[in-house]
Design a protein around this ligand. Structure first.
Ligand code: ZN
Length: 134
């Protein structure tokens, strides 16, 4: 699998608006876009930092995965996303190696990226997302 860079780091927040205070007003970064991913019950906002980004995730529903994450672990680091050259071949390679996946096939992420998650039981508790961008 060809892993190119850390694409982004996902941070679960209760409120993107509240998070702006620290990231924008205090750290001086810029939130470029807020996008709703209806099927994930989440709103995301990206904050570019050099080559990578911070992705803020706010749940849009109490039964969404981000709401459940915050309920059990509190706000904070939720996942790390590696940019890969080809997410389909990366998934195939992981399947061939017997690695447990959350997504058997890629799905559509924010900004039109192709993404897939590896099961955190396989990665020492770190939720890893693979991201392919055009
Ligand atoms: Zn992500």
């Amino acid at each position: 699998m060809k892993t190119l860079t850390i694409d982004h780091i996902g941070v679960a927040v209760k409120s993107i608006k509240e998070a702006k205070r620290i990231y924008q007003d205090i750290l001086g970064l810029k939130i470029t876009e807020v996008e709703e991913i209806a099927e994930q019950k989440v709103k995301v906002a990206f904050i570019p930092v050099g080559e990578s980004e911070v992705e803020l995730l706010e749940s849009t529903s109490p039964d969404g995965p981000v709401a459940k994450f915050i309920e059990s672990r509190g706000e904070g680091l939720q996942h790390i996303a590696f940019r890969v050259e080809n997410v389909d071949s990366a998934l195939q390679e992981l399947k061939d190696k017997g690695v447990r996946l959350i997504d058997q096939t890629p799905r559509k992420g924010a900004g039109g990226a192709k993404i897939a998650f590896i099961h955190p039981k396989e990665t020492g508790g770190v939720l890893i997302e693979l991201t392919e961008r055009e």
